[in-house]
Design a protein around this ligand. Sequence first.
Ligand code: KG4
Ligand code: ZN
Length: 381
Amino acid sequence: MKKKVKSSAPLILSIDTSCDETSAAVTSGRVVLANVVASQAEIHRPYGGVFPDLAKRAHQDNIKPVIQTTLKRAGLEWDQIGAIAVTVGPGLAPALEIGINYVQKLAKNYQKPVIPVNHIEAHLLSVLASRNKKKFKNNKPPTWQLDQFNQQYSFPVLGLVVSGGHTEFVQINQIGQYQILGQTIDDAAGEALDKVGRMVNLGYPAGPVIEKLAKQGNSDRFDFPLPMTTKKNYNLSYSGLKTAALRKVRKLEAENKLDQQTIKDFAASFQQIVFKHLNYKLEKLLIAYQKKQKLEFFQELWLGGGVAANINLRSSLRKTLRAFKIDLKTPFEKRLCGDNAAMIGVVASFKYQQKLFAATKKINRRPNWSVESAWSDETTW
Ligand code: KG4
Ligand code: ZN
């Protein structure tokens, strides 16, 4: 049994069922006491993507045992839990519903307030999650008090979420205030990796497989056009690259040239263009914002989302950011990049302090909830 962290922060049980992972966590402020993730990758693999009805059923089966395991790992009983947090959106509607319905029941049974959380905000703040250390610096866990954090931290921070469902540049003015600066107009970066990986039978999710294969591949063998270079905004687009990839695969197949080394070279080349596109837009954005000088310039970029686990993405971003003296912040472990409930807990502990609770009966899923209104829609709950 883990020792509880010494802090006056409330203990929050969080749940995320937004896509294909059923996850529950207990956090105390920013400290993660337990974080359990039940992946459904095996279930969806034969379909090469998430199959909503199967996701729903798997969440239904997993949610109770996942929560029980989480509480056990944290060594906590229900009476010690101060609030329950749940992902309300964005995500797959039938999957979100399972988490919300279950939380409504728990909240009623155990008389706990419910904190609705935006999944993109959680990816953005995942870098703030902290390991549960035996001894914190000065015996103090990292600042979790909202006012103190907002005053002390050097905002604005640039946020970047790169996941299977989203690719967004977000200006974080302070915790709770977000402005989208650019986003994909079609497929997300992770989705493009998954779909293109599927073309060469890499299974689901293909992103991590592509990262592995790319290590042994020649990233310059296949040329892909850099998208959206004439557009003067910071939006991204991956569907053209996907089509270009499909054309190449078909040609290689027709010529009977799709051997193991070719697949590795193809994976390396495609991964490279996916990240080059992100870096190109990031650089454009930073140059423009540096020139504006209207606001204090960014000192940090907070990176979250499943694709943020990729070492090539991280090193390419670091290289771009170096010229602007901006630090890249990533979650303390890779598990926090992909979907998990600990990141939901981090957001919830900030929201708890503003009493941003939902009337339990009224919580509704919000499959397209924008991060810009992550804190401002609460009056309608
Ligand atoms: O954040 P996430 O778990 O779910 C969403 O909210 O979408 O992201 C899942 C995505 C998938 O597309 C998966 O292929 C990708 O993250 N991914 C990776 C890596 N690990 C996961 N992509 C590239 N390299 C990785 N190491
Ligand atoms: Zn996610």
